[in-house]
Write a protein that binds this ligand. Structure first.
Ligand code: GAL
Length: 714
């Protein structure tokens, strides 16, 4: 037991004139579980919570490999009060401390100063907590983070409320004559309301924020490695497509020489939808098995759109009958997938109709809301859960059922989902939505790295050629490279003027697959998010005071740029900085963290610890590589099947610093990697000399000896 402290203090007792406000508050007791991981149970938490809805176990070994940093705040300053069936929580904030996370936000990265209710919903244009993945986990740049493990809606006051007992109260100002008056005076606390009598908190420490996130991810079961085909190009076809239409679509990709690994079928493949039957429509797909097989023979996997609401009177509905909740969605029944029996019945049904014929996975739609497109909070379920608990966790259940089933078949899946919550890190799903703001899509990609989810800036349609190309470029530098043409029927070549650029970036993604796959291996083994905010990069300063002293924040443009929220650049893995362009933009600024950074395409020095302005070739998404960066690449392939056939590996080396890269490989399709069936070789470069070290090797190694390419030599 690490720490035991349970004292009764008064919230407000520091100022004796506040007696009317006094309430008994607790200093929560923390128990150390693993390296830098502490748990606190306030009163008796509900047994149903976010982590219990996911059934995953912490990856203890991997967590214990990370630092055991002490908690960097005074624990007596964390307080809780239980009153009126609610838990009120408070954490201290320092001046200049910044907060990240608190769900998949689309407009903001820094969360201090915001008020939110964390509530699963379709994103509605405001960062108010209603989002697809409203994960109640925050990360502080002091080097710690906390998960509030509750399946209830959580209210957050992220440094907004000004307490009368503050240690550092703001100065009262007269608005009449003081221009420094602010409607939002300084607040030094982060407060939460959880509408339950008790709650479990899990606190993670880290030497930096990346390590805090890694521990959170590993605690939830770690990341995952997608099947190799999942990282190729995806095309979703329009609704009501038939097998013949799909064949034509696939042929178009061959004729136009564009990468393709997955076709996603949108509504129309179910015999009825919405709600869904999870059985094939025999008019459009008379022989589903032959269809899926013929696609597989062409190297194309089939992914199926669905929503989890069940068509009344269908076979699935009849089987699940006694496990439905009290309310319907689009007249469809809502099974209680928190219970074992309906889970097994659902799994049996989709095994027979889809997995047995080779379907690769699902797109799970409509598990987020809107409020009038989902069951209400007053719904009741046979397990005893209510609509609020179910709303917060329905996506977790659908992901976990399909994850269990694909695991039982020893086949990896990779799919899409429109909702998620804490605990779902290891489920092989990527979040998407209908919101379609390109810039905000990139902010979401950045934020996804603070909350253990993946996000795709999918492409649908565009108003101009350049917008189409820019969107194609960013989707190719995301966890899932995808056109979702369900409504518009667009194809990569829909904008012929920019087709060359679209082809170039899609093939570049394919060439980078060994790098990307190894980056996902880090997600699984170490919990490192594959796509990361700049704040998670070593040498990127985000703390205002540090900048002010170290870099002279007053007139240093680098320091000034850092003080703003950076929502238009991010990292893919350890080495590649992605700085996308939007719409008709021809120039942009890029913040290069400490150390030297090189242009990915030319290997030329781009700058160091500075803000550069670039005016790139329209066909090239701006990419920069860290000094010592090692990037393994294959030749241009159209799909993962060709990837597995190619042996040649070009390994690009950038800059002059000593560097290393662990190239990972496995069978690309089964879960055997979790049993140790994989190979890793470490590429090292030191004093201009490159070498390879075998870390572990088995039969799963698909590459020939590397051809080194020193990109930055004059
Ligand atoms: C939406 C979904 C789209 C598409 C569409 C089909 O809910 O976000 O991506 O699947 O349904 O009806």
């Amino acid at each position: 037991m690490f720490y035991l402290l349970f004292v009764i203090v008064f919230w407000g007792c520091e100022n004796s004139s506040h007696t009317a406000l006094e309430h008994t508050s607790q200093v929560p007791e923390w128990k150390k579980e693993f390296a830098g991981t502490y748990v606190s149970q306030i009163n008796t938490p509900a047994t149903y919570n976010l982590l219990s809805s996911c059934n995953k176990k912490p990856r203890v070994g991997a967590i214990n490999e990370l630092s055991d940093r002490k908690i960097p705040i005074d624990l007596t300053e964390i307080r809780s009060i239980t009153k009126n069936g609610k838990t009120f929580l408070r954490f201290p904030l320092d001046k200049g401390e910044q907060l990240y996370g608190l769900g998949l936000n689309f407009k903001t990265v820094k969360q201090r100063g915001r008020i939110m209710r964390l509530h699963v919903d379709h994103y509605g244009g405001k960062d108010n907590g209603r989002t697809h993945a409203p994960i109640p986990f925050f990360v502080s740049d002091k080097g710690y983070g906390v998960l509030i493990n509750t399946a209830r809606y959580v209210d957050v006051y992220a440094g907004t409320g000004v307490r009368r007992d503050s240690n550092n109260p703001p100065v009262t100002k007269d608005r009449n004559d003081d221009p420094a008056w602010s409607p939002n005076p300084y607040s030094d606390n982060l407060e939460f309301i959880i509408p339950e009598n008790g709650v479990e908190l899990i606190l993670f420490t880290g030497e930096n924020m990346l390590e805090v996130v890694q521990k959170y991810n590993l605690y939830c079961g770690g990341g995952f490695i997608p099947p190799k085909w999942g990282l190729g190009f995806w095309q979703r076809t329009p609704t009501l497509f038939t097998d013949k239409d799909v064949e034509k679509e696939v042929k178009g990709f061959e004729e136009n020489n564009f990468p393709l690994d997955v076709i996603g079928l949108e509504p129309g493949w179910h015999s009825k939808a919405y709600p869904c039957t999870f059985e094939w429509n025999k008019d459009r797909f008379p022989d589903p098995q032959a269809f899926v097989q013929s696609m597989d023979n062409k190297g194309v996997k089939i992914n199926l759109w669905c929503n989890p609401y069940v068509w009344p009177g269908s076979n699935l509905d009849n089987a699940l009958g006694k496990y439905h909740g009290s309310h319907t969605v689009w007249c469809g029944n809502v099974p209680d997938y928190s219970m074992k029996e309906p889970r097994e019945l659902f799994k049996k049904h989709i095994q027979k109709h889809q997995l047995d014929i080779g379907v690769s996975g699902y797109k799970v739609d409509e598990v987020d809301g809107f409020d009038d497109w989902i069951f209400p909070d007053i719904a009741m379920f046979p397990s005893g859960l209510d609509g609020e608990q179910m709303r917060q966790t329905y996506a977790n259940h659908v992901m976990s059922m399909t994850d269990e089933l694909y695991r039982a078949n020893n086949k990896r899946t990779y799919g899409l989902v429109r909702g998620a919550n804490a605990g779902s890190v290891s489920y092989p799903y990527v979040i998407y939505n209908d919101y379609y703001s390109h810039r905000d899509f990139i902010t979401a990609l950045i934020n996804s790295s603070f909350c253990g989810v993946l996000w795709t800036p999918e492409v649908r349609a565009s108003k101009s050629d350049t917008e189409w190309l820019r969107r194609m470029q960013t989707t190719c530098f995301s966890p899932m490279a995808m056109i979702n043409a369900w409504a518009d029927g667009t194809k990569p070549w829909s904008f012929p003027e920019v087709y060359k650029g679209c082809q170039e970036v899609a093939f570049l993604r394919m060439q980078l697959l060994p790098y990307l796959y190894s980056t996902f291996a880090q997600y699984y083994f170490e919990g490192k998010p594959p796509f990361r905010a700049m704040e998670l990069v070593e040498g990127y300063h985000s703390k205002v005071e540090e900048i002010a002293t170290e870099l002279d924040g007053t007139d240093n443009p680098y320091a000034k740029a850092l003080m703003k929220e950076v929502k238009d650049q991010y990292m893919m893995g350890d080495y590649i900085l992605v700085a996308p362009m939007f719409d008709d933009e021809v120039k942009r600024k890029v913040i290069l963290p400490e150390g030297k950074w090189y242009d990915f395409y030319t290997g030329k020095l781009a700058g160091e610890s500075e803000v550069i302005e670039i005016e790139p070739d329209i066909n090239k998404i701006p990419l920069f590589v860290k000094d010592g960066g090692i990037i393994p690449m294959i030749e241009k392939v159209r799909n993962s099947h060709e990837w597995q056939m190619t042996k040649t590996l070009e390994v690009r080396i950038y800059g002059t610093r000593t560097g290393s890269f662990k190239l990972y490989d496995d069978d690309g399709k089964s879960y055997n990697y979790e049993k140790g069936e994989y190979s890793v070789k470490e590429f090292k470069v030191q004093n201009g000399q490159a070498s390879v070290i075998d870390i572990t090797s088995d039969k799963n190694w698909g590459y020939a000896a590397p051809k080194w390419k020193f990109m930055s030599q004059k």
